[in-house]
Design a protein around this ligand. Structure first.
Ligand SMILES: Cc1cc2nc3c(=O)[nH]c(=O)nc-3n(C[C@H](O)[C@H](O)[C@H](O)COP(=O)(O)OP(=O)(O)OC[C@H]3O[C@@H](n4cnc5c(N)ncnc54)[C@H](O)[C@@H]3O)c2cc1C
Length: 493
């Protein structure tokens, strides 16, 4: 009989790991508490409008290629990718925005127009960023976070100062334009922390942005999930939805023997959890938890979010597929996320209008819009607060883009802190997991292999390498590699 692995959750990391484990010969079953697969990357449909509920930016296409290549496949076997040009637009004031084109040559021109000489600095900055990207994405991020020595390679030794400086310092050394600084500091927000708290080494995100570009899978990010499900099915992975894991049963030898799913015991040789780490530990008897409540309290979490999924009965003007509204002070907003958790007075926000490029997202002559305000995890979330913030951003949106939209809303749905907790068992309703600050990088992140339960493993955005879809794919690979390593001597008949 084949050995069995039960994977808790069906986010990117879980599906990726399930594919690797099934390929290696394990009987692999994915258990998802929700009715649909995809975790935070679920899809929502209403009245002919389509929404990616979570991720919308497809960055680092090479990571997706590597994942599918491990199974002799290509992304194009499952979905169609388009490089966006323009990549995105950033608003600073009414009808005052910078649009980032799809090619480096055009980006240098835009920088030069904004600040004379800045393209020269950008070139040398991106050279460094590309080097760091090659070192990290081809090597470092695939390390399991077991030992600090993983970070010591000939390529990193000369870069040690970049771990102790910050993106903010690095960007501001040469570039003076406030707008260009905001654009260069934006990519590290994907890592869940402030640029002033993110090691300069992470400038590889700038290479991901300008060097590799912003892509769009036709039909949206959920097409990637669908592609991975199709790959997983071909490898005989079983998916069970509406299957909530309520308990992980550990015997007196410190071995997990199985799980309680919807009230029923299911035995399993190995358990891998892609659900939020803190939640998974609540499924264990107390003595098998590795991290205390105090430990989690002290971690710097990536933001939660207030999201609005909106259908408009007309096409919108003066916006791109991805549009950022940076017309208020980021530092003031960031304080409310990281330093004194509270609702921001003047929030920055992001909006996505995929129907601009992709007709499958909205009926003809209509527009779909997702609006996102990053927030501190754990703050109060009520219907009234959500409504208040919708009015704030929609009025700002109308003013900044010089158009009326309020009277053209067909419907709107919201998703916030309480929904992250309810739908994903997310700690304090975090959206993107644990921030990648220096003290939460690599071997300093929660461990993939449990130190207390022999056959229990973890994957996903709270483990290595960190938040985001590409890191989640990598995390799935790392977790499955560790399972294979620790169980390689066991016979699979
Ligand atoms: C609003 C938003 C926008 C984002 N934007 C981007 C972006 O543009 N680009 C990008 O790269 N990344 C983005 N991210 C981050 C990215 O989506 C995540 O890092 C990634 O999807 C996390 O995947 P995961 O595998 O860690 O787990 P998750 O997707 O969190 O999946 C965990 C799953 O476990 C399930 N689960 C929990 N408890 C149980 C239980 N007891 N039993 C069974 N199942 C359980 C949950 O229901 C969930 O389905 C965004 C995230 C959010 C929320």
């Amino acid at each position: 009989m084949k050995k069995s692995v039960h994977v808790i959750g069906s986010g990117f990391s879980s599906i990726a790991a399930a594919c690797y484990l099934a390929k290696a010969g394990y009987k692999t079953v994915v258990l998802e508490k929700n009715e649909t697969i995809g975790g935070r990357a679920r899809q929502f449909k209403k009245d002919g409008f389509l929404f990616d509920m979570g991720p919308t930016w497809y960055w680092m296409p090479d990571v997706f290629e590597k994942f599918f290549a491990d199974f002799g496949k290509k992304p194009s076997d499952y979905y169609e990718l388009e490089k966006l040009s323009p990549a995105y637009q950033v608003y600073f004031n009414t009808l005052d925005s910078i649009t980032i084109p799809g090619s480096l040559k055009e980006i240098y021109e835009i920088f030069e127009q904004e600040e004379k000489g800045s393209s020269i600095h950008l070139k040398s900055f991106l050279k460094l960023a590309k080097y760091n990207y090659d070192v990290s994405i081809n090597d470092l991020v695939y390390k399991p976070g077991v030992s600090p020595l993983e970070l010591v390679t000939p390529a990193t030794i000369g870069k040690i100062t970049q771990f102790f400086s910050t993106i903010r310092k690095q960007v501001r050394k040469k570039i003076k334009s406030k707008k260009l600084i905001q654009i260069l500091e934006f990519p590290v927000l994907f890592l869940g922390a402030k640029p002033s708290n993110t090691p300069a080494f992470y400038n590889f995100m700038n290479y991901a942005d300008f060097g590799l570009g912003t892509w769009h899978p036709k039909g949206g990010m959920f097409e990637v999930i669908e592609g991975m499900i199709s790959l997983a099915h071909s490898l005989n992975v079983q998916f069970k939805t509406s299957a909530e894991v309520e308990e992980i049963y550990v015997n007196s030898f410190g071995e997990a023997q199985g799980l309680v799913v919807n009230g029923n015991f299911v035995s399993s040789d190995i358990i891998l959890s892609g659900a939020d780490y803190h939640h998974t530990e609540t499924l264990l008897p107390k003595k098998y938890k590795q991290y205390s409540e105090k430990y989690w309290e002290k971690r710097v979490f990536a933001p939660s979010s207030l999201l609005f999924y909106v259908g408009f009965d007309k096409k919108l003007e003066n916006v791109c597929h991805h549009t950022l509204f940076f017309d208020t002070d980021f530092d003031v907003h960031a304080k409310t996320i990281y330093d004194a958790p509270s609702w921001p007075k003047e929030p920055l926000f992001y909006a996505s209008f995929p129907s601009i490029n992709d007709g499958s997202f909205a009926p003809t002559n209509k527009e779909v819009g997702t609006f996102l305000i990053p927030l501190a995890p754990g703050i109060e979330d009520t219907v009234e607060i959500r409504e208040h913030y919708f009015n704030i951003i929609i009025e700002r949106f109308e003013k900044l883009t010089n158009q009326s939209v309020k009277d053209h809303i067909v419907f709107k749905e919201s998703f916030c802190v309480n929904d992250f907790v309810k739908d994903y068992n997310s700690y304090k309703g975090n959206a993107y997991g644990l921030a990648n600050i220096l003290t939460q990088t690599a071997f300093l992140r929660p461990k993939i292999k449990s130190k207390k339960v022999k056959n229990l493993f973890f994957t996903g955005q709270l483990t290595v390498p960190g938040p985001g879809v590409p890191p989640s794919l990598i995390s799935g690979k790392i977790a499955s590699d560790l399972i294979l390593k620790h169980h390689k001597n066991e016979t699979i008949i």
